[in-house]
Design a protein around this ligand. Structure first.
Ligand code: HEC
Ligand code: HEC
Ligand code: HEC
Ligand code: HEC
Ligand code: HEC
Ligand code: HEC
Ligand code: HEC
Ligand code: HEC
Ligand code: HEC
Ligand code: HEC
Length: 307
């Protein structure tokens, strides 16, 4: 009986020390940031943590709020690392957030998610980025006043580090104004989670586009099947060499689905290129000279998308 009480008491003590911010047994340093800054007080990069939202002592939820673990909330227990090291002996490491860190990405991320479950949500787990071991710190910089990924002007560069193809596309002559900083990847993508495939902010491609292009939402009396299905059948959302961000020029675009017979247009040759001299009706706006309501029509006699 007495033995059981003793075991319970010991267990409670363990729980208590593990929960306290400064217990040495738990592996955390006694003086928190003061301990760390005794050595790391010269690197301006490190001190920049106090200029960002993480370094706000008056915010009880921040790493530097009352009773929090300070530097070690992110870098993990650092008592041994901060201690004396004999000549020739290696300093025991703390958690580092870099490509060559020995801490597995899942463990690095768990330290951040501890405080950010509600920002990253449950969708983060199993999302394209989580599955491919992308770290929170691959996109976010913590020791800074302004995290580049959080502002439209600087965000794309962060993404382009890994997404070269999208860099190439957004540099094409017809693109969303991403290069001008007035639009960001995060206008269409929710990089933390999977509301939909391809991390789109809405359930489907079309719903995502309709957020800003309500004029082509419909419903139309006369719909054009590919438009209701998927805008990216004809448009490349990241950018293209063709006006209107079209994936192909008209008439080829239209001819990839529609045959030519009985029309003021020309057949494609076997390579998909227009053969012969173009009809004058196909100059300029091409098929859209007549079918100018490609997205759909509400005119009673608009069934051929001409009015
Ligand atoms: C006695 C001096 C000393 C103290 C105290 C100390 N460190 Fe260090 N720390 C070092 C040295 C030296 C290095 C670089 C060499 C190494 O990693 O062995 C380092 C490296 C680091 C790195 C990796 C740096 C890099 O370039 O990636 C981090 C992160 C770090 N320390 C965090 C902390 C934290 C958090 C604390 C407080 C718990 C702390 N340090 C306390 C001396 C110290
Ligand atoms: C001890 C809790 C805690 C830990 C651990 C933590 N954060 Fe935070 N984080 C906060 C708080 C509190 C804020 C401020 C929230 C606010 O003001 O809305 C914040 C803000 C942020 C922001 C927004 C910054 C801004 O300028 O708007 C980002 C991004 C962020 N954290 C990422 C991370 C990453 C990445 C990690 C892991 C390396 C991490 N956090 C670890 C508590 C924490
Ligand atoms: C692929 C890049 C990427 C990764 C990986 C990533 N984030 Fe973010 N994070 C972003 C972007 C972009 C935003 C801004 C979202 C927006 O503006 O809608 C953001 C915003 C945030 C914010 C601020 C939310 C707010 O509304 O102020 C926090 C906190 C945050 N991320 C934490 C995390 C944590 C924790 C992880 C790891 C589990 C993580 N992020 C992984 C790109 C990323
Ligand atoms: C919110 C989480 C968080 C907190 C709190 C935090 N760090 Fe960091 N630390 C990081 C991340 C993430 C990196 C990787 C570089 C970056 O994002 O700025 C890093 C990088 C470092 C480095 C490597 C140096 C470098 O320039 O890359 C050192 C040293 C360091 N931190 C020490 C500290 C010390 C000392 C404290 C307390 C004063 C502290 N950190 C508080 C998340 C944090
Ligand atoms: C450290 C590298 C890295 C960074 C930085 C990064 N990504 Fe990714 N991203 C990946 C990997 C890896 C995948 C999964 C493999 C793939 O589809 O290419 C991915 C997939 C995606 C996908 C497709 C998701 C899916 O389900 O297939 C989108 C959309 C995306 N990233 C957007 C972004 C945006 C927006 C940013 C910047 C805010 C960003 N990424 C930053 C590595 C990164
Ligand atoms: C106007 C909305 C929009 C913007 C802005 C946008 N995307 Fe996309 N993105 C999409 C759509 C829609 C898809 C899926 C269809 C497709 O691939 O054409 C997609 C697909 C992706 C994919 C997956 C490609 C694949 O085939 O697996 C990646 C990666 C990606 N985007 C990255 C980015 C990055 C990085 C940025 C910022 C430079 C960005 N996107 C900006 C709408 C957008
Ligand atoms: C966050 C708002 C936003 C979202 C979401 C959005 N766009 Fe855009 N779109 C714009 C802006 C802004 C322009 C540039 C308008 C301008 O230059 O006058 C634009 C331009 C375009 C253009 C070219 C118009 C022209 O005159 O050449 C096309 C095509 C287009 N978007 C298609 C799409 C498609 C497809 C999607 C969904 C994958 C989409 N957009 C999602 C804001 C958005
Ligand atoms: C069948 C191919 C096709 C599909 C699918 C399609 N578009 Fe278009 N879109 C075009 C053509 C062609 C133009 C150029 C119109 C012109 O030059 O008259 C265009 C032009 C645009 C423009 C430029 C402004 C305008 O109205 O001229 C926007 C914005 C646009 N489309 C958005 C969308 C959105 C959003 C979707 C999905 C709901 C979509 N498109 C689906 C063929 C298509
Ligand atoms: C991805 C395939 C696809 C592309 C690309 C496409 N269409 Fe269509 N289009 C269709 C389908 C499917 C229908 C519906 C056919 C039906 O109802 O018999 C249709 C219907 C039409 C109709 C009405 C036909 C009728 O009989 O009522 C016109 C006109 C039309 N498209 C013109 C165009 C033009 C112009 C373009 C180029 C800007 C284009 N289409 C691109 C698939 C496509
Ligand atoms: C000079 C005007 C004009 C041009 C240019 C034009 N069309 Fe038409 N198109 C028509 C007319 C008129 C009809 C209606 C025929 C009918 O009602 O029988 C039509 C009908 C159609 C139909 C419905 C099916 C059919 O054959 O009746 C499709 C699909 C179509 N056009 C596609 C195209 C495509 C693709 C292009 C470009 C290669 C194009 N049109 C260029 C005038 C034009």
């Amino acid at each position: 009986m007495r033995l059981i009480t003793l075991v319970i008491a010991a267990a409670m003590l363990l729980v208590l020390t593990a929960g306290s911010a400064s217990g040495q047994e738990s592996g955390y340093s006694r003086k928190g940031a003061d301990t760390c800054l005794a050595c790391h007080n010269e690197d301006a990069n490190v001190l920049a943590i106090f200029r960002g939202k993480h370094g706000v002592p008056s915010d009880p939820d921040s790493p530097f709020g009352h009773g929090q673990l300070q530097c070690e909330a992110c870098h993990g227990p650092g008592d041994e690392h901060a201690g004396r090291v004999r000549r020739g002996q290696e300093r025991p490491p703390v958690v580092r957030f870099s490509a060559d860190s020995i801490t597995p990405v899942a463990e690095q991320n768990a330290l951040c998610v501890n405080c950010h479950q509600s920002d990253t949500g449950f969708a983060w787990h199993g999302s394209g980025h989580d599955d491919n071991s992308v770290a929170c710190a691959d996109c976010h910089v913590s020791h800074t006043e302004n995290d580049p990924v959080l502002s439209a002007a600087t965000q794309p560069e962060v993404c382009f580090d890994c997404h070269q193809q999208q860099r190439t596309e957004t540099l094409k002559p017809y693109a969303h104004p991403i290069q001008h900083g007035s639009m960001a990847c995060s206008d269409c993508h929710n990089t933390h989670g999977d509301a939909a495939e391809l991390l789109l902010v809405r359930q489907s491609v079309n719903e995502t586009c309709h957020d800003c292009h309500a004029e082509v939402r419909g419903p139309y009396l006369w719909e054009h099947a590919p438009v209701t299905e998927d805008c990216t059948t004809c448009h490349n959302p990241h950018g293209s060499n063709h006006p209107g961000m079209l994936s192909m020029r008209a008439p080829m675009l239209c001819q990839s689905c529609h045959s030519q017979s009985g029309h003021p247009s020309l057949p494609q040759d076997e390579r998909g290129l227009p053969a012969g001299t173009p009809s004058q009706f196909l100059l300029g706006q091409s098929c859209m000279n007549c079918h100018n309501q490609v997205h759909g029509s509400n005119h009673p006699s608009g069934s051929k998308l001409m009015r």
